[in-house]
Design a protein around this ligand. Structure first.
Ligand code: PMP
Length: 340
């Protein structure tokens, strides 16, 4: 085991875990990159680190400075842990619909948290736009500088995945990898990892796993940004081509209904000891669809973005699932079998 000078060095180098049922069902080897094992417990620690390091390198911020961001939660957590370790503060704008667990984690870590109503991106009061205006305002008065992390259109996010996630996957698979699939929030994980892997081998196929209600499946299959339906997954589901997605085109695009993802997630808890967040379910469903397209014998990697403990009040709450017409976990809430 290594020892680190600070929590920052503990970001990344996450394990690849074989997903047994997904592999057996498809005849492929399907692996999940265990991003929930990062110190902030999600894939977004990487973006937090690269965005702050990039701002420092550009001389935009000094210790004591403030980092402002609009986030579904995980980027705020990643930014806040890196910020605290380096002597910065964070101001986080979050749509009020995001899970209580993520809001609690942000407050616990000392982020200043502002909840705003969830409105579409075209609305000037959308959380991303509010955070941009707030960063502008704070930077005018704060002596040590303030930056807008701007994860959607800041390509330091994508670059972080190109130089870390992709390299790790390439070396962990010994170059024996045929496909990489994941969902898009900002596009940093998908486009960055894809670019890094394609640098090693142009034969690796890249797949988008899009939740319902997002517009990218439509964009990459027929050229129009259009969406139908909705999803309970948090942190993913994009309606525009962000800067992180520029110059990116997947080889395959899949549209995954929540029901398909949720069933996979419940089986993973019961049969493989993995309790994951909703976007991981969309990702694994996408990997299984790519496995069927490529045929048996291929190795496909996807991302286990965060842990189910961030969504106990939603994804793992039978009453919430019932209200959404989704399959319910049959083991939660049942009485113990044994008397004592
Ligand atoms: N899953 C979860 C749980 C997330 O919070 C995010 C980030 N918004 C993603 C997936 C998508 O990652 P990216 O922003 O790199 O597209």
């Amino acid at each position: 085991m290594e020892r680190y000078p600070s929590v920052i060095a503990a970001i990344g180098n996450t394990p690849l875990i074989r997903l047994r049922k997904a592999s057996e069902a498809t005849g492929c080897e399907i692996y999940g990159k265990a991003e929930f094992m990062n110190p902030g417990q999600s894939v977004k620690d990487r973006a937090g680190l690269f965005i702050i390091r990039d701002a420092e390198a550009r001389g935009l911020i000094r210790p004591g400075g403030i980092i402002v961001e609009g986030t579904a939660g995980n980027t705020g957590i990643g930014l806040t842990l890196v910020a605290k370790a380096l002597g910065y503060q964070t101001v986080i704008v979050i749509p009020e619909t995001q899970s209580q667990e993520k809001k609690d984690a942000l407050r616990l870590m000392g982020a200043e948290l502002l909840e705003v109503p969830a409105v579409p991106y075209r609305n000037p009061n959308n959380y991303v736009k509010v955070s941009g205006r707030l960063a502008d305002q704070i930077s005018k008065s704060h002596a040590d500088g303030a930056i807008w992390a701007n994860q959607f259109d800041n390509v330091a996010n994508r670059d972080g995945h190109m130089v870390t996630t992709a390299e790790e996957i390439w070396s962990q698979t010994g170059g024996q990898i045929d496909g990489f699939v994941c969902a898009v929030g900002t596009g940093g994980t998908l486009a960055g990892t894809a670019a890094g892997l394609k640098r090693h081998s142009g034969h690796i196929k890249i797949g988008l796993a899009d939740p319902m209600g997002a517009a990218l499946y439509s964009y990459y299959t027929n050229g129009t940004l259009a969406s139908e339906g909705s999803s309970i997954t948090e942190g993913i589901g994009q309606g525009r081509i962000t800067a992180n997605l520029e110059d990116f085109t997947p080889d395959f695009a899949y549209q995954i209904p929540d029901g398909e993802a949720v069933s996979i997630l419940f089986d993973l808890v019961q049969e493989e000891g993995l309790c994951l967040g909703g976007s991981s379910g969309i990702n694994i469903a996408g990997a299984m669809r790519m496995a069927r397209d490529l045929g048996p014998g291929h190795t496909i990697v996807t991302v286990l973005c965060d842990s189910g403990n961030r969504y106990q009040t939603k994804l793992y709450n039978p009453a919430f699932l019932r209200s959404q017409g989704l399959p319910e976990p049959d083991w939660i809430g049942t009485a113990p079998k044994y008397d004592i």
